[in-house]
Design a protein around this ligand. Sequence first.
Ligand code: FES
Length: 180
Amino acid sequence: MPPGENVLAAALAAGIAIPYSCRAGRCASCKSKLVSGRIEYPVEFGGGAPPGITAAEIARGEVLLCQARPRSDLSVEVRRVPVRASNAAQAELVAVEPLPIGALLLRLRFIDASITVRPGQFIDLRNHAGDAERLPVVGGSAGILEVESPDDGGTLHRWLAEHAAAGTQLRIAGPFDRPR
Ligand code: FES
């Protein structure tokens, strides 16, 4: 891991799906068991722990991975992001790349659950305002889904073209075998 990086960020960069939400030490979604090794939390917590973990949990060896910085080799027991055959999941945009003729390639990382979907299938993607569209899945691996948004003049595509950035959260439903 690069110096100063937190354990959650390093795990996600390595393609290891771990549940998380706030990434600020508040929600406890990333709480995990430290089996061995030492961690520290950033100085902004005044030498203590983030607000999302209690003294009793710390005493049991639990840590918040979104804030924990390793101070030795670590062994950590994490909850797996549940894999669903179908349904809905929250995802975060990792990257947006322009493609020819106005299309966008969206790289999405599952947050609260992971849906089994393969290239050639479709997902329904929805933003916080309720704009939705059925889009083709073109690739992906290790908790990352690659989806193409064609420039079809639709509301969601226009919103993505203007507002989509790394960190944007979107809702995914599916998979579907054909376009809408
Ligand atoms: S992701 Fe919220 S406390 Fe770590």
